[in-house]
Design a protein around this ligand. Structure first.
Ligand code: FAD
Length: 439
């Protein structure tokens, strides 16, 4: 019997984890990577899209994939960033032993992971997938532009999509923005604080990156105003910093050009910096019955398998607000188990019914469509469900506790939290646990 062949699209953390698990079960793997190295997002790219700071056209020539800023340290401790038999904890890969290391350490970790598990030999660098399409129902044609610039096609038994989803900015619409003469940019293009010297900056969004970037900029800017719809109980000047204020969401741009916030205050900003997340984007997929609609990729059974094309088309790494690396590993193990015949999927009808039930529950809970792959608050249940599919142990209580502490640290807006997070045992985490469904 010839070995089944699998194309993996992308050699970031997801693609490397997927390739490793597929190889482990004896499948033949080709990893397509459009850039010149493995590591994906974690390969810091100092370039930004200066000509279009909102990066409106993801297909533009020279569009930058990475969204890391120079000062970035992980927002999860290394104990939550490793793989089960290749941990980050207790080891140092690029000389940065901190509990929350900088991006170079994570990249070096991924390099070591890929090398140790023989994945590198299967990666085709500078090879961009242009299209995937099914052939005669069962096999998949992958069209790609290779290192030599030539377009070619190859046929595989299965395709695993791991192209990342932190590249194409989501930019909210603000009333009156059309008449605004200030600068707008998205965090995708933020690298260093220097360009914001003495400016009045409004940052939008209070996710981990939004908070990091606001504080990074506060060291050089005249004023930083954080706008967020989750800020109700924290409005006003933030007492850890001289020049940082917290507001409700932006309401509009006033006629006098000031940025007005929902609580009624207004500031004469020089820059609006959107830290508002990203769109899912699969320019190489155009398949009947598989869509991205309001950031819902679907239908997907458990965020991984599209029922109509399962098991030979799958997606690894779509979920957010989870412990990402362990989640990538579990999803990869599941895909590998299914493709090697060690696990089976329900029927197409049953998978579809499960997807629809998930949509129904989201609607009932008032969760917007665009949050389909945000698996808070059921993330623990989801991880444990995946673990059950592949015979892995459930998440340990210690890891859950570490996650809660890390989230509390982020939300404390204390820049130093990463260096004393482990010691913060007396922090009251009740409210946050409730918010993230960790009670
Ligand atoms: P990526 O790392 O984006 O990799 C996708 C790869 O696919 C890239 O190499 C890309 O070049 C390639 N590719 C895309 N399209 C094609 C194509 N058509 N053909 C061939 N190759 C293609 N996670 C954490 O766990 N902890 C953190 O602290 C953390 N901080 C973050 C901070 C920021 C600012 C951002 C943006 C993300 C952060 N993340 C963090 C999430 C991070 O993205 C994941 O950890 C992880 O890198 C996702 O891996 P991925 O493989 O899914 O995507």
């Amino acid at each position: 019997m010839p070995r089944r062949t699998v194309a993996v699209i992308g050699a970031g953390a997801a693609g490397l984890a997927a390739a490793r698990e597929l190889l482990r079960v004896g499948l033949h793997v080709a990893v397509f990577e459009k850039s010149g190295r493995t590591g994906g997002t974690w390969a810091y790219d100092p370039r930004a899209d200066d000509a279009d700071p909102l990066s409106r056209d993801p297909a533009a020539a020279g569009a930058v994939h990475g969204s890391l800023y120079a000062s970035l340290r992980t927002n999860l401790p290394r104990e939550l960033m490793g793989f089960s038999d290749f941990p980050m904890a207790g080891r140092v890969f690029a000389g940065d032993a901190r509990a929350f290391p900088g991006h170079r350490e994570v990249l070096a970790f991924l390099d070591a992971f890929a090398e140790e598990h023989g994945v590198l030999a299967h990666v085709r660098l500078r090879t961009e997938v242009l299209r995937v399409r099914p052939e005669q129902g069962e096999r998949w044609v992958v069209a790609f532009r290779g290192e030599d610039g030539e377009v070619a096609e190859e046929v595989f038994d299965a395709v695993v999509v791991c192209n990342g989803h932190w590249t194409v900015p989501f930019v909210p619409k603000i009333q009156g923005i059309g008449n605004w003469s200030g600068k707008q940019m998205h965090s995708h293009n933020y690298r260093t604080p220097e360009p914001f010297q003495n400016q009045i900056v409004v940052t939008v969004g209070m996710g981990a990156s939004g908070i990091d970037i606001a504080l990074d900029i506060s060291h050089v800017a005249k004023e930083v105003h954080i706008a967020s719809r989750y800020s109700e109980d924290r409005l006003g000047k933030f007492n850890l910093y001289q020049n940082v204020w917290i507001h409700k969401e932006i309401e509009c741009i006033q006629d006098d050009g000031k940025v007005r916030f929902a609580e009624g205050s207004a500031v004469p900003a020089d820059v609006i910096l959107y830290c508002t997340g990203y769109h899912y984007y699969f320019p190489f997929i155009d398949l009947d019955g598989l869509t991205v609609d309001d950031n819902r990729v679907g239908p997907l059974y458990k965020n991984v398998f599209p029922p109509k094309y399962a098991p030979n088309l799958s997606f690894v790494g779509l979920t957010t607000k989870t412990i990402i690396f362990p989640s990538l590993e579990l999803e990869s193990k599941w895909v590998a188990a299914v493709l090697s015949g060690k696990a089976t999927l329900p029927s197409q009808e049953d998978m579809m019914a499960s997807v629809l039930e998930h949509y129904r529950r989201m609607e009932e809970a008032g969760r917007p469509k665009r949050h389909t792959h945000v698996i808070m608050p059921e993330w623990e249940e989801h991880m444990n469900w995946l673990a059950d599919q592949v015979g892995e142990p459930h998440l340990e209580a210690r890891r859950l506790e570490l996650l809660v502490k890390a989230l509390c640290g982020t939300w404390s807006l204390d820049e130093g939290y990463r260096d004393h997070c482990e010691q913060d045992d007396d922090r009251d985490t009740t409210a946050l646990k409730g918010l993230f469904g960790l009670v």
